[in-house]
Design a protein around this ligand. Structure first.
Ligand SMILES: *Cc1c(COP(=O)(O)O)cnc(C)c1O
Length: 495
């Protein structure tokens, strides 16, 4: 299948080329030229299959440059045994909802679902393209992508990873996960700014001819492991099909019945994968987009006006502290009839004026498919406490934002009887302090890891081994740089 750029449809790539390039030349994002279509029968046929087999069925139509066997090998390496659950994306019944737990991978957040496989897709793509240079992967992270990329790419031949995270903008566990990362091809620096600054800084480096040349002189080409890379997006489409297949297998839905997905959203990557699943034929009624106090998406969905000119808040769900949601560009492309002209204009307006407005007919299409809501820290904490008391189920603060919006949607839409799947994006242990506070056990500790121990005592939920080891590991990465010095920092640390 051919992919094309959202800002210039004459720029095309195969999937392998898109994995390598990360972002399209001149700044657009690669999208499929058309969506592969799955009939209800095709979807029903997924029910008895394993996650790996479902992944092969969903991803294969997009990747024409790999044989089925090659893709199958990548899938097996990624999902075969690095998850601590029976299947990589288990679906659990909690109250009246179904929770899709996407945090059983090595870094305890949903980013593993894509970043466990991306290195394998990328190395195979480099072989196919006969690429000799080292691939330098630049990552901006709001907390979880960084660690997942470091873990996925550590010691992968022919690659090097450089992660930027906002100084003081990630949780203690997230910081330690990155600062203690081992591997001879991994690098980490804190940026004196927020996530949007880090993301904008990385995007600028991709478009900076002097920086690109300096990398070339060092025998390197640039790529991205952020969700702007099509290789991040595609593996995420799989778990929406898989969740539906599980509901079919359990008899909760009949083939063709519609379901709702509730997704805690920051960069719009996770929920965009659900939109892709819907375009491919998955029977989805509403995509419920849940934001924290950084509620630019909730406003956009209700008004069609995207306005990033607002205060940035640090919240207890840091991986959603984002005002410029990169992957929205891919939705905009679909909303306006897959036209590159308006997308370029909107993205240009966002960059130069900080806002843009889509036409009423585009907003209408969006509002039919999406429902947007937002919850502040207090409401998220209350949701954690409520669900713990009622169902003895622990959620992390990101998932709690989604749960809160799910409950509000249900309350406001009594006529919608579609089963709801709430997407759970992080292990509660990754945010132990906040979770313990929220369940109001009467005990709190300054030390994050004492909170973890207490949570384990209360819930009996197994603690991921990688997290329990963190406090005893040496700090290996301590670089800090200003927003303007990101490029120089990369060059200084990776001569
Ligand atoms: C990244 C992340 C999100 C947001 O996902 P997007 O794809 O950026 O919308 C939500 N929760 C957690 C725990 C995350 O790591």
């Amino acid at each position: 299948m051919v992919l094309l750029s959202t800002r210039d449809k004459t720029i095309t790539a195969t999937a392998a080329q898109a994995f390598i390039q990360g972002i399209a030349p001149s700044g657009g994002l690669f999208v499929p030229a058309e969506y592969p279509s799955f009939s209800i029968e095709d979807i029903a046929a997924l029910a008895p299959l394993s996650y790996q087999q479902r992944a092969l069925a969903v991803m294969a139509p997009f990747i024409s440059d790999f044989s089925r066997e090659e893709l199958s090998n990548c899938i097996e390496k990624a999902y075969g045994n690095s998850f601590d659950s029976a299947t990589p994306a288990p679906l659990r019944k909690v109250g009246n909802a179904h929770v899709l737990e996407l945090w059983h991978g090595p870094t305890s957040a949903f980013k593993d679902m894509a970043l466990q496989i991306l290195p394998h897709l990328l190395t195979l793509a480099c072989e196919k393209q006969n690429k000799k240079e080292e691939t330098m992967i630049l990552v901006a992270t709001s907390g979880d992508t960084g660690k997942a990329a470091l873990e996925g790419f550590a010691d992968v031949q022919g690659t090097r990873v450089f992660v930027f995270y906002p100084k003081g903008g990630v949780s203690r566990a997230q910081y330690l996960q990155m600062a203690t990362q081992k591997g001879n091809n991994v690098h980490v620096a804190a940026v004196e700014g927020n996530f949007d600054d880090a993301q904008t800084g990385v995007k600028k480096l991709f478009a900076d001819p002097a920086f690109i040349q300096a990398q070339k002189d060092r025998g390197r080409t640039l790529s991205s492991a952020n969700s702007i890379n099509f290789g991040r997006l595609l593996p995420q489409v799989v778990y929406y099909f898989s969740a539906y297949a599980d509901l079919l297998a359990q008899g909760t839905v009949k083939a063709g019945d519609k379901v709702n997905f509730v997704v805690p959203t920051g960069n719009f990557g996770n929920i965009l994968a659900a939109w892709y699943a819907k375009q491919m034929g998955l029977p989805i009624h509403k995509l419920i987009c849940a934001s924290n106090r950084n509620n630019v998406l909730a406003d956009f969905i209700s008004t069609g006006n995207y306005d990033a000119r607002r205060s940035f808040y640090k919240t207890t769900s840091p991986s959603m502290d984002i005002l410029i949601s990169s992957n929205l560009e891919r939705l905009l492309f679909d909303l306006c009839g897959r036209d590159d002209q308006p997308v370029s204009q909107w993205m240009n307006a966002l960059q130069t004026q900080g806002h843009y407005q889509v036409a009423p007919e585009h907003a209408k299409v969006m509002q039919e498919a999406f429902y947007g809501g937002w919850a502040d820290d207090q409401a998220a904490a209350a949701a954690i406490g409520r669900l713990w008391r009622k169902e003895r189920y622990l959620m992390d603060p990101h998932t709690a934002v989604a749960w809160e919006i799910y409950e509000r949607y249900e309350a406001g839409n009594p006529d919608d009887h579609c089963p709801a799947v709430v997407v759970s994006t992080a292990s509660p242990y990754k945010f132990s302090g906040e979770v313990l506070k929220a369940i109001d056990d009467g005990k709190t500790f300054d030390d994050e890891f004492q909170c973890t121990a207490r949570l384990q005592e209360l819930s009996g939920l197994p603690m991921p081994k990688a997290l329990s080891e963190l406090p005893s590991l040496p700090i290996l990465h301590d670089a800090v740089c200003s927003i303007d010095a990101m490029g120089d920092t990369v060059l200084a640390i990776t001569p």
